[in-house]
Design a protein around this ligand. Structure first.
Ligand code: HEC
Length: 262
C-alpha cells in the first residue's frame, strides 16, 4: 500500500536536482584522486616539492603565502626539504625589512626597504600593498593562497579544476582583461591562465603537463592550509582505537559484574 509518506519520498527523489558535472558548483578532482582524503590520508612529499616549484616559478609572482614560513618547508609531514635547503630558499627571496638604524623605512629611491629572507620569514606577497596588487592586475586582487583550499567549497578539487578549466567562452564572447573559466563563480576571472604545458620542468622526471602542474600545486596549497593533517588523522585513528578497546573492556566488565544477578 502506498502511504502518503512513500509518495512524498518518491516525489522528492524524482525532484532531486540533476547533477551537472563540471561547473562552478561541481569542481572535478583529478583522475588519480587526492592522497590526503580519507582516514589514512597523507601527503606525498615528492608531489609537495613539485608543487612548491610550481608555486615558486609561477604563482608567487602574484600570490603570497602569509601563513607559511620558509622553515615550515622543512617540517615533518610537509615537502621534506632539509633545514639547509629551507634556509637557502629563504635567502633567495627579499622580504620587507624594518626601519634601518636611522629610522628610514625607504631607500634613496623611496622604495620600501627589503632584506634577504631567513627561515622564520613568511612567504611574502610580491606587492607592497593591496592597491599596488590591484593596479598590476587590472583592478583585481590576487588573494593570499595560504588558506585558499579552505576558503572554497571542495577547495582542492576547485583549485585543480580552476587551473585546468580555461576554455573559449561557449558563446564566442570576449571581455577585456577577463578570461572564461567554467569553474569560476561568474565565469569571467581576472587571472590569465597561469599554466601551460612545459612551463615548469620537474627535476624528478614527471611530465610538465598543465594537469601535472595543477595537481602538484594544489597538493602544495592543501598542505599550506593544513600542515598538520597527518598528525591530526593519526591522532583521530588512535582515539577511535582506544575508544573501541575501552568499549570492549567495559562490556566484558559489565557481563562479569552482572553475571550472578539473574
Ligand atoms: C599574473 C598574476 C597571477 C598569477 C601568475 C597567478 N594568479 Fe591566481 N589570481 C590572480 C588574480 C588577479 C586573481 C583574482 C581574480 C579575480 O578575482 O577575478 C587570482 C585568483 C586566484 C585564485 C582565487 C579564485 C577564486 O575562487 O576567487 C586562486 C585559487 C588562484 N588565483 C590560484 C593561482 C595559482 C595556483 C597560481 C599558480 C599556478 C596562480 N594563481 C597564478 C593573478 C595571478
Amino acid at each position: 500500500m502506498m502511504t502518503r509518506f512513500t509518495i512524498a519520498l518518491l516525489a522528492s527523489l524524482i525532484a532531486l536536482p540533476a547533477f551537472a558535472a563540471g561547473d562552478a558548483e561541481h569542481p572535478q578532482a583529478p583522475p588519480q584522486g587526492w592522497s590526503f582524503d580519507g582516514v589514512f590520508g597523507r601527503y606525498d612529499p615528492q608531489t609537495l616539492q613539485r608543487g612548491y616549484l610550481v608555486y615558486e616559478q609561477v604563482c608567487s609572482s602574484c600570490h603570497g603565502l602569509e601563513y607559511v614560513t620558509y622553515r615550515n618547508l622543512a617540517e615533518p609531514g610537509g615537502p621534506g626539504f632539509t633545514m639547509d635547503q629551507a634556509r637557502a630558499i629563504a635567502a633567495e627571496h627579499l622580504v620587507p625589512a624594518g626601519p634601518d638604524q636611522d629610522g628610514n623605512t625607504t631607500d634613496e629611491n623611496g622604495l620600501p626597504l627589503t632584506r634577504d629572507g631567513i627561515p622564520a620569514d613568511a612567504i611574502p606577497s610580491p606587492y607592497a600593498n593591496d592597491l599596488a596588487a590591484r593596479a598590476a592586475n587590472g583592478g583585481a586582487l590576487p588573494p593570499d593562497l595560504s588558506l585558499m583550499t579552505k576558503a572554497r567549497l571542495n577547495g582542492p578539487s576547485y583549485i585543480y579544476s580552476l587551473l585546468t578549466g580555461y576554455e573559449p567562452d561557449p558563446h564566442g564572447e570576449e571581455q577585456v582583461g577577463l578570461y572564461y573559466n567554467s569553474y569560476f563563480t561568474n565565469h569571467w576571472i581576472a587571472m590569465a591562465p597561469p599554466l601551460s604545458d612545459g612551463l615548469v620542468e620537474f627535476p624528478d622526471g614527471t611530465e610538465g603537463t598543465v594537469e601535472n602542474q595543477a595537481f602538484a600545486v594544489t597538493n602544495f596549497l592543501m598542505w599550506a592550509s593544513e600542515p598538520h593533517l597527518e598528525k591530526r588523522k593519526r591522532m583521530g585513528f588512535q582515539v577511535m582505537l582506544f575508544l573501541l578497546i575501552l568499549s570492549v573492556l567495559l562490556y566484558m566488565g559489565y557481563r562479569r559484574v552482572w553475571a550472578d544477578q539473574h
